[in-house]
Design a protein around this ligand. Sequence first.
Ligand code: SF4
Ligand code: SF4
Length: 225
Amino acid sequence: MILSELKPWEEIMGYLAQDNNLFLVGCSGCAEASGTGGPAQLAAVQEHLEKEGKKVVGCTSIDFLCQKALVKSRLRAKSKAVLAADAFLVLACGIGVQAVAAAVNKPCHPGCNTVSLGGIRGKWPGMERCRECGDCVLHYTGGICPLTTCTKGLLNGACGGAANGKCEADKSRDCGWELIYHRLQQLGRLDNLKVFLPPKDYSKMLPSAALRSTSFYALEQPESR
Ligand code: SF4
Ligand code: SF4
């Protein structure tokens, strides 16, 4: 299971400064089990957003947001609301946010941080990967994770070594930062690149101490022999 925790509300509202008409997407898999992305949490976040003056034009919880084909087919059924949205707010792990961002041509903001729980992960085939860094930056990078898409995991732009769109360290891979640049350009959000992202505090990868003392956490740990 992949554990997600809600981001602080002030951080989420900061992401939404340019966007008034929002489509909320949750995940009825790991995120619902984490208490972050199921129907109850979506309803609570919708109420909160409306109190802040935002309009929620669509809202859905999808069984496995990490399954891109499923995400696309569910959102196709809501195409009118998708078109009306300025942006998406996704309550799920980093893979779920990336899957929605790949399916819609709109800004997709992360409502959660993904933390490391160990144990079993989703097995759906897909390009999207999350390193469970505990402080999701997908808002700034157009819904493409710099830690996993850039071979060096660079946080603040390209190393400059790419050639013909391919990574200098691994020519079989596209340069992650070129992908991020083109996505932000497509979304009209290149200004996001002016924000300096501080070095990662990897102590945030672990869930809170309170959660680590629960049987829920213990169940995901490898058995000792
Ligand atoms: S920034 Fe990347 S590694 Fe960190 S939570 Fe988001 S998707 Fe996962
Ligand atoms: S070429 Fe691109 S993907 Fe490769 S390390 Fe440099 S910025 Fe990252």
